[in-house]
Design a protein around this ligand. Structure first.
Ligand code: AMP
Length: 184
């Protein structure tokens, strides 16, 4: 089974495309943001998670790495699409180490490319219906800054591994999906 990462700035459409891919190729869609939102608010740890998310900052590596390893370990045999993970170099290295132990690997990394202006428009629109406390102007700004500083360097990491596939994130959902499907 193949394992993929879907990559892109906040608002680029990762979740939507990951859902479609999961259906078409019978993959397990693991969204770190959704997994964290599920935990958020439950007990002391949940409160901490929610406060990171609400500010648009990243949850500490140690915590998210442990949470994701648990989920990935459970689902690895079925083929995965990782959405929102890894988001730092430390997470990417931990993922490679973990997969190696499990005798598995990431096959391709799909990078959805979209300008910040366009992504911002989409996120503000999504905020009207998503109910997500982090889809507001100030938090979105922080999420973009975090993306640029901590997450964008991963593009180079996966480019060096010859796994990076750049996808134009501007067209309609179905057009992007067709493009992705043809290139996998
Ligand atoms: P997302 O749903 O992918 O936009 O993630 C929403 C929020 O969850 C992020 O702004 C972070 O606070 C947190 N989060 C999601 N994935 C990660 C990750 N891999 N590492 C750290 N924090 C994360």
């Amino acid at each position: 089974m193949k394992n993929y990462i879907i990559f892109g700035a906040p608002g680029a459409g990762k979740g939507t495309q990951a859902d479609l891919l999961a259906k078409k190729y019978e993959l397990i869609h693991l969204s770190s943001g959704a997994i964290l939102r599920h935990e958020a608010g439950r007990g002391e740890l949940g409160k901490k998670i929610k406060s990171y998310q609400d500010k648009g900052g990243l949850v500490p590596d140690r915590l998210i790495i442990a949470m994701m390893e648990k989920q990935i370990g459970r689902t690895l045999k079925k083929g995965l699409i990782l959405d929102g993970y890894p988001r730092t170099l430390q997470q990417a290295r931990a993922l490679d180490r973990f997969l190696k132990i499990k005798k598995a690997k990431i096959d391709s990394v799909l990078n959805l490319r979209l300008s910040q202006t366009e992504a911002l428009k989409r996120l503000i629109l999504r905020g009207k219906t998503s109910g997500r406390s982090d889809d507001n102007a100030q938090t979105i700004k922080n999420r973009f800054a975090v993306y640029r500083l901590q997450t964008a360097p991963l593009l180079d990491y996966y480019k060096k591994q010859k796994k990076l596939i750049n996808i134009d994130g501007r067209p309609k959902i179905a057009v992007i999906f067709k493009d992705i499907s043809e290139r996998l």
